[in-house]
Design a protein around this ligand. Structure first.
Ligand SMILES: Nc1nc2c(c(=O)[nH]1)N(C=O)[C@@H](CNc1ccc(C(=O)N[C@@H](CCC(=O)O)C(=O)O)cc1)CN2
Ligand SMILES: Nc1ncnc2c1ncn2[C@@H]1O[C@H](COP(=O)(O)OP(=O)(O)OP(=O)(O)O)[C@@H](O)[C@H]1O
Length: 208
């Protein structure tokens, strides 16, 4: 009998496979790869944050075995580039952005993800975001992304069009082993503009 999995099941299965693969990297392998990825991300920041009027970087604190991209936020802080990070609201599946200026601005929230503390200033004007570092489990060369299944980021990306604002540059960082032939995509999934791994930097065709 031919088994045809639906989209939902295919996403769950791929999440499990990739999470398992990603956690098989040893410390040494991880560090070398992370350094290559972080260097490329800093290169992109240099390109896109040339002056203080270039807006802010939206990023996140890594959890589980995600690529550790936190050094990018440290680099931004050292250059006076503003950084915002999301706090998730489970009831509405929204993300609230807070400006963060040091690691002390984070505390462990749901799923153990370090999120900004609630007393920090909230960013409401989304037009000031120049670039978003987007977390993800799996990616393909068409720039499709598979997340953890909360739909937080896909919902968040929709806000730009709703508010008549141009979407910032969406940049994802992942290990090579997270790049798959084809990510199962549904109507709500938003593609990335740039995908950075330890061995490649892919740009969507609309990016020069
Ligand atoms: N570092 C980081 N921060 C992030 C994300 C991310 O992918 N990485 N998210 C990206 O969106 C949001 C958090 N999304 C998450 C969604 C689900 C699970 C999770 O553990 N889910 C369970 C299954 C739960 C269920 O079925 O209801 C699991 O995987 O075991 C974790 C995070 C916001 N912050
Ligand atoms: N823009 C949206 N409006 C309403 N529901 C949405 C939207 N985007 C995603 N969803 C819903 O959220 C759920 C999770 O979506 P999906 O599996 O694509 O998440 P994901 O991309 O893996 O997660 P995330 O974006 O949090 O990393 C699905 O039920 C989906 O229908």
């Amino acid at each position: 009998m031919k088994l045809i999995m639906n989209m939902y099941q295919r996403k769950i299965e791929m999440r499990e496979q990739i999470e398992l693969k990603r956690s098989s990297l040893n410390q040494e392998e991880r560090q070398a790869r992370e350094e290559q990825i972080v260097n490329q991300l800093i290169g992109l920041c240099k390109e896109h944050f040339k002056s203080s009027s270039d807006g802010c970087l939206m990023t996140y604190m890594p959890f589980r075995t995600e690529v550790d991209i936190a050094p990018v936020m440290e680099w931004c802080w050292s250059r006076g580039i503003r950084v915002v990070a999301p706090r998730t609201v489970k009831q509405t599946r929204q993300m609230i952005l807070h400006e963060v200026t040091s690691y002390n601005d984070f505390s462990s929230g749901g799923w153990g993800i370090r999120e900004p503390i609630t007393s920090l200033p909230v960013l409401t004007d989304l037009s000031t975001i120049r670039m978003i570092l987007v977390p993800g489990l799996a990616f393909d060369t068409k720039m499709a992304r598979l997340g953890y299944g909360g739909g937080y980021y896909d919902r968040f990306f929709k806000l730009f069009a709703e508010q008549g604002i141009a979407q910032p540059l969406l940049v994802a960082a992942s290990f090579d082993l997270q790049v798959v032939p084809e990510v199962p995509v549904s109507w709500n999934d938003v593609n990335m503009d740039i995908l950075v791994t330890e061995s490649l930097q892919l740009k969507a065709s609309h990016i020069q």
